[in-house]
Design a protein. Structure first.
Length: 140
C-alpha cells in the first residue's frame, strides 16, 4: 500500500530544510518568546486546519480542503493550549493579488470563529509590534 503513494526511487528528490522558518520569522519568533509571559506558548508555522475545525455535514471535505493547505506564521496559546492570537508576517509576497485574496479569506474565517489574527509588516520594529499585540490582547 505504501508503494502506491511513493516511488522509492524518487526519494532523492527530497531533502531536509535547513530551517522551518525564514530569517524574518526567526527574528519575530525570538521577540515573541522574549516578551511572552509565563503561561503562554508560541507555535510557528501552524496549519489553519490544526487550529480551526470544520463542522460536519454536507460539504465537509470541500470546506476542510479550503483551509487544509493554509498556514499562519505564529499562534499564541494559553497554558491549556487554547488558541489566543494568530499572527502573520507580511513581506513583499503579501502584495501579490492572489496572496491578498488568501490573507483576506484567512482573516474572514478567523474572525468568524472568534480568533483574532493580526498582520505585521516586515521591516517594522518587532519589539514594539509584540509589545502592542500583548497589550491589545491582554497577554500578560
Amino acid at each position: 500500500m505504501f508503494k502506491k503513494f511513493f516511488n522509492f526511487e524518487s526519494f532523492s528528490s527530497y531533502k531536509k530544510r535547513q530551517s522551518v522558518i525564514d530569517k524574518r520569522e526567526e527574528a519575530f519568533f525570538f521577540e515573541l518568546n522574549k516578551q511572552l509571559p509565563n503561561g503562554f506558548y508560541v507555535f510557528p508555522k501552524m496549519r489553519v486546519a490544526d487550529i480551526i475545525e470544520t463542522t460536519d455535514g454536507k460539504g465537509y471535505y470541500f470546506r476542510r480542503n479550503k483551509i487544509l493547505s493554509k498556514h499562519i506564521d505564529f499562534l499564541i496559546s494559553n497554558q491549556s493550549f487554547m488558541p489566543i492570537l494568530a499572527v502573520e508576517l507580511n513581506g513583499s509576497s503579501h502584495r501579490i493579488e492572489k496572496r491578498k485574496d488568501s490573507d483576506d479569506q484567512k482573516k474572514k474565517v478567523f474572525e468568524f470563529v472568534g480568533l483574532p489574527i493580526e498582520f505585521i509588516e516586515v521591516g517594522t520594529d518587532f519589539s514594539l509590534d509584540v509589545k502592542n499585540l500583548f497589550t491589545k490582547y491582554k497577554i500578560h
